[in-house]
Design a protein around this ligand. Structure first.
Ligand code: PHE
Length: 339
């Protein structure tokens, strides 16, 4: 009988070892320890035996039973461990693999200039405004005193949009940021101190001109703002922007329909590697009385200056870039230099 029980324990051992999933192990358990399992059957059979045999056999069966129970517990544990190891292996991260690498983005040089200008003018109390790139002919030209036959209005310079504003007024891609003077001044009372930066468009394309470019417009109106203020503000701006006092400025008489007098602002570095020749940097002037009237203000009481400068030109001078088209070609070899 003892050998039969030993065999049963061996059999359970083999059955448990063959079970590779918890469910299969529980099935195997039932075959030995369940209600009609092999051990249970043997315990039931004791009823027919004499008291002595019952005691003797019962003790042997119980030893076999606890041996099988122990085997079961061991197998349960080893299966759980196996499962855990499989899971760890499946989810493992190979820390020795080379990284995928992620290139770091950078701010475009023209955007950098945009941000610098904002910082500088905010520090002296200028407000910031943004306006539409598709403008009415009225804001872009008429309100700014541009006569009907002014060359800027010609098809050679201006992108006309093939529809109107709904009230029959022609639409254009704004040729400068000056319409923002009109929009802002019509919505505010003097004193007005505003900067408007944005994209502008002209039918123009070479090393120093692109059909799309950026301008910064400045406008300061009050009852006593003069050309001297323009000189001071603009000189201060350039010194901050280029981070040097070694700059000379020249206000060269010029013509714009919306300013009188008008000037072209030239600058020159007076020392260092960039020392050299005069470079045109901005248009500027005292806002024309007719334009002040178009703003809805009284030119007898309101006076001030405006300027408009190209962001690409400022950026080229700051970084020593000689071809404006490089800003818009998206060549990473060029752009990486500013990262
Ligand atoms: N709008 C002019 C241009 O685009 C520049 C300018 C702005 C001139 C403001 C005078 C005053 O050339």
């Amino acid at each position: 009988m003892a050998t039969d029980l030993d065999r049963l324990v061996d059999e359970a051992h083999t059955a448990f070892a063959a079970a590779t999933q918890p469910a299969a192990l529980e099935d195997a358990k039932a075959r030995f320890l369940g209600k009609s399992g092999k051990i249970t059957e043997r315990l039931k059979a004791l009823a027919t035996l004499t008291p002595e045999l019952k005691r003797e056999m019962g003790a042997s069966i119980n030893i076999a039973k606890s041996a099988i129970e122990q085997l079961l517990v061991q197998r349960r544990e080893s299966l759980a461990e196996l499962h855990l190891n499989e899971q760890l292996a499946a989810e493992s991260i190979d820390v020795t693999l080379p990284g995928r690498g992620r290139s770091i983005g950078a701010i475009h040089p023209v955007a950098r200039t945009w941000m610098r200008i904002e910082e500088i003018f905010r520090s002296i109390g200028f407000d910031f405004a943004e306006g539409p790139e598709i403008e009415t002919d009225w804001y872009n030209f008429t309100a700014l005193n541009s006569p009907e036959n002014h060359p800027a209005r010609s098809m050679q310079d201006t992108f006309y949009v093939d529809c109107n504003d709904g009230a029959g007024r022609p639409l254009v891609l704004r040729t400068h940021t000056s319409p923002m003077q009109v929009r802002y001044a019509r919505m505010h009372r003097p004193p007005i101190k505003v900067i408007a930066i944005g994209r502008t468009y002209r039918v123009d394309s070479d090393a120093t001109h692109s059909p799309m470019f950026h301008q910064v417009e400045g406008l300061w109106l009050d009852d006593n703002i003069s050309f001297a203020d323009l000189k001071a503000v603009y000189t201060n701006f350039l010194r901050c922007f280029f981070e040097t006092d070694a700059l000379a400025l020249r206000f060269r008489p010029s013509y714009f329909p919306f300013t009188e007098p008008s000037a072209e602002i030239d600058m020159m570095f007076t020392s260092g590697a960039r020392k050299g020749r005069w470079l045109e940097i901005s248009g500027a002037g005292q806002v024309h009385p007719d334009v002040i009237r178009n703003f809805g203000h009284d030119p007898q009481q309101t006076i001030g200056f405006a300027f408009g400068s190209g962001l690409e030109r400022l950026t080229m001078l700051r970084y020593g870039v000689d071809d404006l088209r490089l800003f818009f070609e998206g060549d990473l070899r060029f752009l990486r230099q500013f990262a």
